[in-house]
Design a protein around this ligand. Structure first.
Ligand SMILES: *[C@@H]1O[C@H](CO)[C@@H](O)[C@H](O)[C@H]1NC(C)=O
Ligand SMILES: *[C@@H]1O[C@H](CO)[C@@H](O)[C@H](O)[C@H]1NC(C)=O
Length: 218
């Protein structure tokens, strides 16, 4: 992928978790996006990232572009405090000269939204988010892509369309909203790998996300 290659950090936990919550992992974490689809080499788990984060890290560490993927909530953190807790991680990446995108699945969509209100990052993608509200769209500062699902009962299509409307009012933000048909909440990160339609939908969502990052990461 040459200069387009991106360093990817898939956050799996923060150190503040208790032993009890470690096992309470999310559906969305069971099948992390198959980054190898896009020709990036297999990665490794790094336990001691700044801010106490643990992440599955893949892609060239020297890349000028980094994507941080987040899925579910851990410990007692709320999504807002998690965004604050993540500050050292983003400072660390910025100090390495990286242009940073955040991709959020489910609860991670709220995390990505909170990050989009800061100056720590440059682009976000929300896949079937949870807890995101219309007013959030008034505060995001960076290009935002939202991938919803027709059968999502957590953030139903009507709500995704409200996000679209709110973003349309903004003249200062690049945005893209798509609702995937015949799939449910979680479709982009946890899906039936023997169902061709489910696999295709998830692959398309991943492609949309990576394209959005490639477009807006410097
Ligand atoms: C999505 O909803 C439609 C209409 O209610 C239904 O026919 C379909 O089976 C659902 N598909 C999934 C994957 O949930
Ligand atoms: C997964 O998809 C296959 C093929 O469509 C289907 O036969 C199977 O029942 C599905 N499994 C689940 C758990 O939905």
């Amino acid at each position: 992928m040459g200069s387009a290659a991106v360093l990817i950090l898939f956050l799996t936990a923060v150190h503040v978790v208790t032993a009890a919550t470690v096992h309470e992992h999310s559906q969305c974490l069971d099948n992390p996006p198959d980054i190898s689809l896009r020709g990036v080499e297999a990665g490794e788990v790094v336990d001691d990232l700044p801010g106490g984060f643990r992440a599955y890290v893949t892609g060239p560490s020297m890349s000028s572009r980094a994507v941080v993927l987040a899925s579910d909530v851990y410990g007692t953190d709320t999504e807002v405090t998690a965004a604050q807790d993540a500050k050292p991680l983003f400072t660390y990446l910025r100090n390495k000269g990286k242009s940073i995108g955040v991709g959020g699945y489910c609860w991670g969509g709220k995390f990505a939204t909170e990050m989009a209100k800061t100056d720590d990052i440059e682009v976000v993608v929300l896949s079937h988010p949870a807890y995101v509200i219309v007013d959030d769209m008034k505060e995001v500062k960076w290009p935002i892509e939202i991938l919803g699902a027709q059968n999502d009962t957590v953030t139903p299509p009507e709500q995704v369309r409200q996000f679209d409307q709110a973003l349309r009012q903004r003249m200062d933000i690049e945005y893209f909203v798509k609702i995937f048909q015949r799939v449910a909440h979680g479709f982009a990160c946890r899906y039936n790998t023997t169902d061709p339609f489910a696999v295709k939908s998830a692959e398309q969502a991943l492609a949309y996300m990576l394209d959005w990052f490639h477009k807006y990461l410097k």
